[in-house]
Design a protein around this ligand. Structure first.
Ligand SMILES: *Cc1c(COP(=O)(O)O)cnc(C)c1O
Ligand SMILES: [Zn+2]
Length: 399
């Protein structure tokens, strides 16, 4: 069994309540389990296929879930980049290998399943792209209409293509993501539509399984988990899950939670470096990494706690550093990711170069979305294909 608990004041709500913000203080809610009632062992869990649903005892869904076999993504050893950085134990968890090409699927299998469990029949979200792509996919699977609000002109092509093809009602707002989120929130509260942004506590429950899988695949708790941070839901989710595993005795240490943001959208980094009690909202976030182009991260309170309590850190990277790492991952490791995803490894490169890392650390970088999500940014960085006459001489002359 579980309850919904305010992350700020501790007020409690029953599991079937449809509330996104605490009615007493306005802060977000989190799912809290009676952990002493979870009797499954890690050995039993490990006999199941690796996926989000391997961990169902740590999830709130009690019906047949809406699933497309999300999770179970590969954990790759970054041999060449690790060698360059003097980090022999550097890994990337490739979340681009999920059904819609990003980690958002872990949250959406939960979110759409919970919509069904709670008797809701329309879902909506604001999105920098991947949330909408994923929601459209899972709403299609569930046979539910879905509504998507996007910041006009700032969403990568592949993501819009997915939302449209999977049948969402797609609306472009002449404003940024933060404004789109305010609007969809108001729409959902006033019209009984189910909101699937990361203020939805159930979505984060799915996303926490990234941490479970990383521990299972590595065979131990990594010393550090590194995530690109936008709304800060994912980093909060991974931390929450691993705290639950510590509390049931599955693990006895926690990784240093490490947040990487783009220089043009770095409120969490500023709060950590300035030792501020909360983030200062940025009005005009700007970065090539559109998935983390967010100035008002709604989960910042939880993310700051995750970083402080694990003695983690936060660092920013420039767009040039992000794009350089996107290329290096593609060319040296065979790992194709979108720009936001490369930010986690670019952040590790920067921290390593500053001498901030112990070379023995086992580091898992979460790379969050697939290369094909944002083909335009890729094409701009690469020389175009060479066009030739259809003769062998012409072919040999260019090789
Ligand atoms: C959503 C997203 C992020 C940011 O995750 P948050 O939970 O908002 O911090 C990073 N990368 C990609 C590819 C995403 O889709
Ligand atoms: Zn509260």
């Amino acid at each position: 069994m579980y309850r919904l608990v305010c992350v700020h004041c501790g007020a409690e709500y029953p599991p079937d309540a449809i509330v996104y913000n605490c009615e007493k203080c306005g802060h977000l809610l989190a799912v809290k389990y009676d952990l002493d009632k979870i009797t499954i062992t890690r050995k039993e869990l490990n006999q199941r296929p690796i996926s989000v649903w391997r961990y169902k005892e740590f999830l709130p869904v009690r019906i047949e879930p809406v699933t497309l076999q999300e999770g179970g993504t590969p954990l790759y050893h970054l041999k060449k980049i690790g060698e360059e950085l003097g980090l022999p134990n550097l890994y990337a968890k490739h979340e681009g290998m999920n059904p819609s090409g990003s980690f958002k699927d872990r949250g959406m299998t939960l979110g759409v399943s919970m919509a069904k469990q709670l008797g809701k029949n329309i879902v909506a979200c604001a999105s920098t792209g991947n949330t909408s792509a994923s929601m459209a996919v899972y709403a299609a699977k569930a046979g539910m209409p879905s509504v998507v609000l996007l910041p006009a002109g700032h969403v990568a092509l592949g993501k819009v293509a997915q939302a449209l093809m999977h049948g969402a009602k797609v609306i472009s707002i002449r404003g940024n993501f933060d404004r789109a989120l305010e609007m969809v929130h108001e729409l959902c509260v006033s019209h009984g539509i189910y909101l699937l942004n990361s203020i939805n506590p159930y979505r984060l429950e799915g996303q926490k399984t990234i941490g479970f899988e990383a521990v299972d695949q590595l065979g131990c708790v990594p010393d550090r988990i590194v995530l690109p941070v936008g709304n800060a839901g994912n980093i909060s989710a991974v931390y929450k899950g691993l705290c639950e595993w510590r509390d049931v005795g599955f693990i006895d240490t926690l990784p240093m939670m490490t947040a990487i943001q783009a220089e043009g959208a770095m409120p969490v980094v500023n709060a950590i470096k300035g030792n501020l009690p909360e983030v200062v909202v940025e009005q005009n976030p700007e970065t090539v990494a559109s998935a983390i182009r967010i100035g008002a991260p709604v989960n910042a309170e939880k993310a700051l706690r995750a970083i402080h309590e694990t003695k983690g850190t936060a660092e920013s990277v420039t767009d040039a550093e992000i794009l350089a790492m996107q290329r290096d991952l593609a060319r040296y490791e065979g790992i194709g990711v979108e720009p936001a995803s490369a930010a986690s490894v670019a952040g590790i490169r920067k921290l390593a170069e500053q001498g901030m890392l112990d070379p023995r650390e086992k580091i898992v970088c979460v790379v969050t979305g697939h290369l094909l999500k944002d083909p335009e940014t890729v094409i701009k960085q690469c020389a175009p294909p060479i066009e030739i006459d259809p003769t062998i001489e012409a072919l040999l002359s260019v090789l």
